[in-house]
Design a protein around this ligand. Structure first.
Ligand SMILES: C[S@@+](CC[C@H](N)C(=O)[O-])C[C@H]1O[C@@H](n2cnc3c(N)ncnc32)[C@H](O)[C@@H]1O
Length: 367
């Protein structure tokens, strides 16, 4: 069972399918992607500050790299988290920058209460436009998306390496990779309607308000049913923050179907290394605030069997803000009977069409 809810988007009414089901912890839930929009609130920040898998990796990296060094924390958030932890780990000093006004002011209140406040400088603004000296030795930036590069990490950290970091300086995290596997959306939410979680509706409203109109927002699946994966998972986006960091990239990979089922798109998820030799955080298999992103590709589910291959190309190109990438996915599903099924999706950071794909027409019905 699902219900239909009305959102207002700049004078227009938008209908949204909502799942009124239970809020049982660990139940799959469909949300809009949230990390790449300036709509962070206390709830979203708290999902990060309580993320043990994430935090232990960042803390281990700072314990190793921060002592005696100048640290820059890009996107410090309302808790001033990594600037504070850097100083606690023995950093010479820390510069914290935050672009969201409200989060900056809360961080300023927190800073005023800290013993080590003299070692931390907090600035309001975007790291890509701020200027400061001297350069720093370490840059920590938790601006990693559920889709690794979606929050603009490649452009922001390319700029940080060019303008803010000494030549031999290091970035934390070290590496982020997005993997993809073949799925059918309904199988990721077994026994539930394919509809947005009730809790997600205010965020959907905030994103449409921020942009000024509705658009086909990326679909975030929390706690997806992992038994729904029909292929192996393969990298489709690689961000090497201390190596060759590309702001735009194109990857073609072949997803081997390993089980019989139906495919209508791909599920993507994050693997993250804070230090090169870390055990990576795997957002699909660990309990973490990062979720998975589902992309619809085919208009209707296509039956598949072991031996079939989904050839997937994922391309990122900077959007018109020069920071956040747009994603383009092109798929050719080769089934053993020799048939080719073609599918594609353009998923801009903001803007683009509304209700272009059948999956979106179902989530946003008309009266
Ligand atoms: C995912 S949150 C992380 C918050 C906190 N650092 C943590 O790890 O819990 C990302 C934060 O970075 C901020 N941000 C993203 N890009 C930024 C930039 N280029 N300059 C300053 N702040 C940025 C966002 O507004 C948001 O508060």
């Amino acid at each position: 069972m699902h219900e239909t809810r009305e959102l207002k988007a700049h004078g227009n009414t938008v209908l949204v399918d909502v799942d009124p089901g239970s809020k049982r912890a660990g139940r799959p839930a469909l949300w809009p992607t949230v990390g790449e929009y300036p709509i962070y609130d206390q709830f979203l920040y708290s999902t990060m500050t309580t993320d043990h898998e994430r935090n232990q990796r960042f803390l281990a990296a700072l314990a190793k790299l921060a002592p005696g060094r100048r640290v820059l924390d890009i996107g410090t958030g309302e808790d001033l988290l990594w600037a504070y932890e850097s100083v606690r780990a023995g950093a010479r000093n820390a510069l914290a920058v935050e672009v969201i006004d409200d989060a900056f002011h809360k961080a300023a209140d927190t800073l005023a209460t800290l013993d080590q406040r003299d070692l931390i400088t907090l600035l309001l603004g975007e790291s890509t436009t701020l200027r400061f000296a001297p350069k720093v030795d370490v840059c920590v930036a938790e601006i990693i998306g559920s889709l690794a590069g979606a929050e603009g990490a490649a452009a922001v950290l390319t700029d940080a390496r060019n303008r803010h970091l000494v030549p031999e300086g290091l970035v934390v995290p070290h590496r982020a990779v997005t993997l993809a596997a073949a799925v059918r959306l309904a199988d990721l939410l077994p026994g539930q309607p394919v509809a947005f979680s009730q809790a997600a509706i205010p965020y959907l409203q905030s994103i449409f308000d921020w942009h000024g109109r509705p658009f086909d927002i990326r679909l975030r699946i929390e706690n997806p049913h992992t038994g729904a994966l029909l292929s192996d998972g393969r990298p489709v986006e690689v961000l090497d923050f201390n190596g060759e960091l590309r702001t735009e990239q194109r990857t073609t990979t072949r997803l081997a179907i390993t089980r019989a089922g139906q495919v209508d798109g791909v599920l993507t998820w994050l693997n993250l290394w804070c230090l090169p030799d870390d055990e990576p955080l795997d957002a699909l298999r660990m309990r973490t605030n990062w979720a998975s992103i589902y992309f619809p590709l085919f208009d209707a589910p296509v039956p598949v069997a072991p031996g079939d291959v989904l050839e997937l190309t994922v391309e990122t190109a900077l959007s018109d803000d020069g920071i956040h990438p747009d994603y383009r996915l092109v798929a050719v599903l080769h089934t053993l009977d020799g048939t080719e099924h073609h599918g594609s999706l353009t998923s801009p950071h903001h803007g683009g069409p509304f209700r272009a794909h059948p999956a979106y027409r179902s989530l946003f019905p008309t009266a």
